[in-house]
Write a protein that binds this ligand. Structure first.
Ligand code: PEP
Ligand code: MG
Length: 567
């Protein structure tokens, strides 16, 4: 049995599909140039066909935007420069095709990587990916093709890249990876596909081979290899119980989120784009508490134009049928890059030039987004929030730009809603501590615990080495949250939360007791949270929350909540 991080809830038992990349060993040989060029042309054709095949199979599940990674690979495979450099080398040095491919690929990768620009770094990744396929084809090595999985399987991998997750089909019943955390790319993808995932599970690759039976318990974050019959049955029972609970929760879809003693809160969903709106509504979401607009930018090869953005926001606002939609302005930087924008080279990008810091400097980018948002505002109930606010001045500067953009549009004769709320993410401890002052200017807060925890504990949220410090229940984190909510309420403003903590069943009682007004989470967590809210008394949770604030450790808090609240 191996321990990992439960990143997407559920339980599965299925055969292992071990994602192993072939070991490519290149030897330099002298060869007949003509024969080697012929071999190269054939391998290149096969490579193009392979990528097309993967794309075609992936297209059954993915949008055009999500398929872009394959287009980039096809473009690279068809690049005449790459082919001619390799052929020239075969010709002039009479070397074997795989050796020439390896040398040219290494040179190209080094050249792109040395350019210190995100766009070229991605091209380097494309060259690596495509030439890896090419070398495997030249050597007759088999490349794993996830789209070809045609029986129920659990994928075990060191990590899953965006192009891997783009290939998952309906036979994939879950995955376990050696690296990653709760908020890594693969975890977010598993949640949106609604398949169980355990990530940050060191040693899992060595423990399995393809064809083994794996029990993946992504409720408790464990995997078990080749369990005995009785254990398999126990996991299957657990999977059934979980599926049954999911089914039972469905009756809560159109119910209000109200405690036993009549205190009502709002349960909303986090989205990355229009395609997630249906999931929020289907799961009884009362609004969108976080629209991460950076995906619009990341899935494009240019800064999305005002019109492109307008369409995207309009679609979401209309889709949510008048329910509140909180749109976060561009939160780029840290680990999120754009192929067409050069970020400065920094020692600590998570503490660097990102999000609102960038938007206040690059005001054209910011104004374009705000114009698009203001234009879309008449199609629903729009709230705008700024990410990574650290000082009151930053918030006021950002808000002033918003006001200016709004005035500009009105003077152009464009209609803008007059009830747009303008708030901020509280995800930097400085903002949480000074919340009462921020609340004089912001219409609302949304607490981003993913970052708030990493900055409070000084623990990189992406690193499994320090994942033990990612402690939502640490009383110091709870006190920052309590102070934020108190600060909002002192000025008659509302406080929500859109970090992963908002959807944790053990956290809901505490947050409720601290007075949180809105909880925004993955769509699939909403109904469970509603069940928890409906089972609690607000008055009792106020006392419970105060007790939690006075504990010393996260473990004590969790134990206390579990002893008081039955789930
Ligand atoms: C957060 O920091 O909690 C948050 C919701 O934002 P993101 O995860 O996109 O950084
Ligand atoms: Mg954040």
């Amino acid at each position: 049995m191996l321990k990992g991080i439960a990143a997407s809830a559920g339980v599965s038992v299925a055969k292992v599909y071990k994602l192993e990349t072939p070991n490519v060993v290149i030897e330099k040989k002298q060869g007949d140039a003509e024969a080697e060029i012929k071999k190269f042309d054939e391998a290149l054709e096969k490579t193009k066909k392979d990528i097309e095949g993967v794309k075609e199979r992936a297209a059954k599940r993915l949008s055009e935007e999500e398929l872009a990674v394959f287009d980039a690979h096809l473009m690279m495979a068809g690049d005449p420069e790459l082919a001619s450099q390799i052929k020239n080398m075969i010709q002039s040095e009479s070397v074997n095709a795989e050796y020439a491919t390896d040398v040219v690929a290494t040179q190209m990768v080094e050249m792109f990587e040395s350019m210190d620009n995100e766009y070229f770094k991605e091209r380097a990744a494309d060259v690596k990916d495509v030439t890896f396929r090419l070398k495997c084809n030249l050597l007759g090595l088999l490349i794993p093709d996830l789209t070809s999985i045609d029986e129920d399987s659990i994928i075990v991998a060191h990590d899953l890249t965006p192009s891997d997750t783009a290939q998952l089909n309906e036979y994939v019943k879950g995955f376990a990876t050696e690296i990653g955390g709760k908020t890594s790319h693969s975890a977010i993808m598993a949640n949106s596909l609604e398949i169980p995932a355990v990530v940050g599970c060191p040693g899992v690759m060595d423990a399995v081979k393809t064809g083994d039976v794996l029990a993946l318990d992504a409720l408790d974050g464990v995997v078990e290899v080749n369990p005995d019959e009785a254990t398999i049955q126990a996991y299957q029972e657990k999977a059934k119980a979980y599926a049954k609970e999911k089914e039972e929760l469905k009756v809560l879809v159109s119910e209000k989120s109200v405690t036993k003693d009549g205190h009502e809160v709002e349960l909303a969903g986090n989205i990355g784009g229009f395609k997630d709106v249906e999931g929020v509504l289907k799961n009884g979401g009362e609004g969108v508490g976080l629209f991460r607009t950076e995906f619009l930018y990341m899935n494009s090869d240019h800064f999305p134009t005002e019109d492109e953005q307008f369409e995207a926001y309009k679609q979401v606002l209309e889709g949510m049928q008048g329910k509140r939609v909180v749109v976060r302005t561009l939160d780029i930087g840290g680990d999120k890059h754009l192929s067409y924008y050069e970020f400065p080279n920094e020692m600590n990008p998570f503490l660097g030039y990102r999000a609102i810091r960038l938007c206040l400097k690059e005001q054209d980018i910011f104004r374009t987004q705000l114009r698009a948002l203001c234009r879309a505002s008449v199609y629903g109930r729009l709230c705008i929030m700024f990410p990574m606010i650290a000082t009151v001045k930053e918030f006021c500067d950002a808000k002033a730009i918003f006001e200016d953009v709004k005035k500009e549009l009105i003077s152009e004769g464009v209609q803008v809603a007059d009830n747009i709320e303008v708030g901020m993410m509280v995800e930097i401890p400085a903002a949480a501590v000074l919340a009462d002052q921020f609340a004089k200017y912001a219409d609302f807060f949304s607490i981003g615990t993913n970052d708030l925890i990493q900055y409070s504990m000084a623990a990189d949220r992406m690193s499994e080495h320090v994942s033990y410090l990612y402690q939502p229940y640490n009383p110091s984190v709870l006190r920052l949250i309590a102070n934020t909510i108190k600060g909002a309420h002192s000025q008659g403003k509302w406080a929500g939360m859109c970090g992963a903590m908002a959807g944790e069943p053990n956290a809901v009682p505490i947050l409720l007791g601290l007075g949180l007004d809105e909880f925004s989470m993955s769509a699939t967590q909403i109904l469970k949270a509603r069940k928890v809210v409906k089972s609690l008394s607000y008055e009792e949770m106020k006392d419970l929350a105060q007790e939690c604030l006075n504990k010393q450790t996260a473990e004590e808090v969790l134990e206390y909540v579990q002893s008081k609240v039955e789930q």
